[in-house]
Design a protein around this ligand. Sequence first.
Ligand code: FPP
Length: 248
Amino acid sequence: MARDIPHIPGHVAVIMDGNGRWARSRGFPRLEGHRRGAARAREVVEWAADAGVRCISLFAFSTENWARPPREVRGLMSLLATMLPREVPAMNENGVRLRVLGAVEALPERARRVLDEALEATRGNERIDLVLCLNYGGRQEILAGVRNACREAMRADDPDAVLAALDAVNFRQWLWCADLPEVDLLIRTGGERRISNFYLWDAAYAELFFSDRYWPDFSREDFLAALDDYARRERRFGRTSEQVRKAR
Ligand code: FPP
């Protein structure tokens, strides 16, 4: 049941930072932090769905994460490949539709296969969309969007007119995220106050929420605090506070 707060963000995007530090602080290998992080991710999707959020994006592997030690990269890919198939029955029970965002064609073959299977198995679910961002980078997404728009222009009789018609609203159709709702709330755990190449286009007007908690420790109360904080924000999109109040 949706909680009784005035503004529920339709799309929440999360930078799940702090797995490594969580593990180190307990004397565990980094991969154990990622395992705990993955378990926490599963719970957060449930909390989001219970709160009435319709779409949640999780930054599981960035374009830049390939630079991590090969062992850690292999560990993350193997975590994805073992965990995802096990999650599918629960996703179907809870109405979770999987989606992916990023250059997934560059992932290892096994990861691509489990992703394809989970996408297919959950495609009819309607309660919440879970967007796994894998091999995702916001700059890379914008570059891909520019290429898509240029390709379209090159095919047209008047390429200049097509490019001139591009604006800050309609350009989004060329991005990987084109068929996702715009991000309303971007949460980052782990104490850093950075966007780190996540949803750069949508971050222009997303509300930002930073938590000092390491991701595996991010609790239901922390998540609900982020939603409550969002509900208190005034989203002006460049207008004045008075204009916003009058438009209500
Ligand atoms: C950032 O913490 C986290 C990641 C780079 C990976 C997040 C992945 C999961 C939560 C597991 C689910 C994902 C897959 C692919 C199955 P960090 O390692 O940068 O933490 P640190 O800043 O404390 O070192």
